[in-house]
Ligand binder design. Sequence first.
Ligand SMILES: [Zn+2]
Length: 296
Amino acid sequence: MNFDFADLIYDIVADCSDNVPTRYLVNDACVLSGKPLVSASALRMEGQLTVYNYCGGPCYRCLYPVPPPPETVTNCSDGGVLGVVPGIMGCFQALEVLKIASGQGSSCGQQLVMFDALDTRFRSIKLRPKQAGCAVCGENPSVSQLMDYEAFCGSAATDKCRKLNLLSKDQRITVQDYKSIMDNAEPHLLLDVRPPVEVDICHLPFSLNIPLSSLEERKSEHMQLLQERISQLKQQMEGDCRPPVYVICKLGNLSQKAVQVVEKMSGSEVDRITVKDISGGLMAWAKRIDPTFPQY
Ligand SMILES: [Zn+2]
């Protein structure tokens, strides 16, 4: 990537992006040009704020030398955010920019401020110091110019929702397939793995809500519920076929993870079932099947 740092006429940079490649890109540009980076983020009911590359403090790479696996990253369009939270974090971010610009300085150079909107509480934790072995701000940096950050992170530099592809074709059905399953009243279990707050906004009839996090943690009350519903389904069905479980979420990413989690469950929990993801989730349902279905 060609970039002339002489063109960087800014004194302070504020990162308001919501994806990992851009965070690395902005961090490296700030380190290479010696500018402080006021960084804020928000997800669901939480926000974070820190100033990187400032007064001898760490840079983003000092804290995160290796990008996380793309499928483990949740951004706002995927995980949701209460709109006020980025507003609050944005105001604090602007405050730190103004403090640095006016010479009063920021106290966030080596600390992370965390905002919990649920408890209406701010907490601060001290960050690890600048790392001598950091690839960009360390003693022998291997990064001396900007690079291909999408390749480095294995994901696109976009804040739009990523479409994961974790499952094979035969582990997925389309919303049209599911519509005909519904219309034909074929026995099945519809598992909605979104957080309850989203299920309260809208859901398909007869769905069982078990959030992905509860599946991952094998929460006993939820496991029992799932087992009961599968047992009922087995009783409804004749013959020796494997009862189908279809997993749905908002966009079809969490549901793919949930299919993998359910498939890994031990025999007694979910014995002899077929589990598939509904591709594109409820937003695909709203787009292709039922335009009156709420979109959020
Ligand atoms: Zn660093």
